[in-house]
Ligand binder design. Sequence first.
Ligand code: ATP
Ligand code: MG
Ligand code: MG
Length: 349
Amino acid sequence: MKVAVLGNGQLGTMLQQAGQRIGIDVHLLNTGAELLPPLDMPITAEREHWPVNRFTEALQRHPGWLNSAAFPVLSNRIRQKTLIDQLELPTAAWCAVSADTSLEALHQTLGPDIFLKRASGGYDGRGQQRLREGLISDFPTWADDAIAEQAIFFDTEVSIIGARSRDGQVVYYRLTENRHEDGVLTISLSQPSRFDAFQSKAEKMLRQVMQALDYVGVMAMECFIVDGQLLVNEIAPRVHNSGHWTQAGASICQFELHLRAVCGLPLPQPVQSGYGMMINLLGVPYDAIWLKHGAAQLHWYGKSLQPGRKMGHLNFYHPSAVQLSDWLVELEGLATFENSCKWAVSKLS
Ligand code: ATP
Ligand code: MG
Ligand code: MG
């Protein structure tokens, strides 16, 4: 079996690795490629933003191209938030911003603390600016195509990752708790029963989106938990950083799940029993010290070093919270993720 994937970043590579294990040949397509995949090959994507060129345009007309209805909606925050409203899913109050929007009007509608987000192309907190009344008096240059949303003072952040098959069957992982620093995910923690009270609600919300878009494959929905309520932050039509822990903590990882859905293979509920955790290696060079920890599963992406860049991640899995907590205390000394370790220890106690 063969699948083509638009994008050749680490998510594509990990799809390739998962495919290799179960006998699916995954071809990564550079967005500037020349040659289209054969007409009978399913094509999916590991990203929702790509340059518009002859190749990416032709890909959208290819008979194997999946999710043609989902990408235009979810890759643009104005359209994504509009869909969320249409489906009546709870989300932070928001409005579209254009060249003639005034800062005063925004604060009047949304309050003193606002997140301005570029309509498209932003990730890892890039293309965002916090607007605090009285502190910021100018819009950034890109504000003519953006949304503004109310700042949410959340209790915590979670995400739900699920997959939908071609015939509409759906499966989900349990909610994962996520910690961000300056808009970038630093650590994800998946604990049995921690968010049981929210699980079925989150599944229903994600199912509504997948069904509305007739989506096939893995989709992720990031949410805030505030006052016992789930508020949708954003939705990604692809495998997601907050699902990397499934490589160690679930019988079927998100990458394999995506390929199964895309290829029409069986899509059983993945088995997850113990505690799964992922730590992002952000803006750090390769360090063999990570290999010293017997429990750490290192995934290194082999990219050139840039400040803050996602260079790799470490996965951990154990049936016991106490054991995971002990490991975290051992790991704390590795200065770059001390805060993440402390955060996870506090969540596990
Ligand atoms: P990703 O890499 O997940 O695609 P992104 O650049 O698309 O990130 P968001 O997910 O919109 O950005 O925001 C990044 C983080 O910023 C969130 O996870 C959250 O911690 C914080 N944030 C975003 N919007 C809000 C909000 N309205 N209120 C409070 N915090 C917010
Ligand atoms: Mg995003
Ligand atoms: Mg996000």
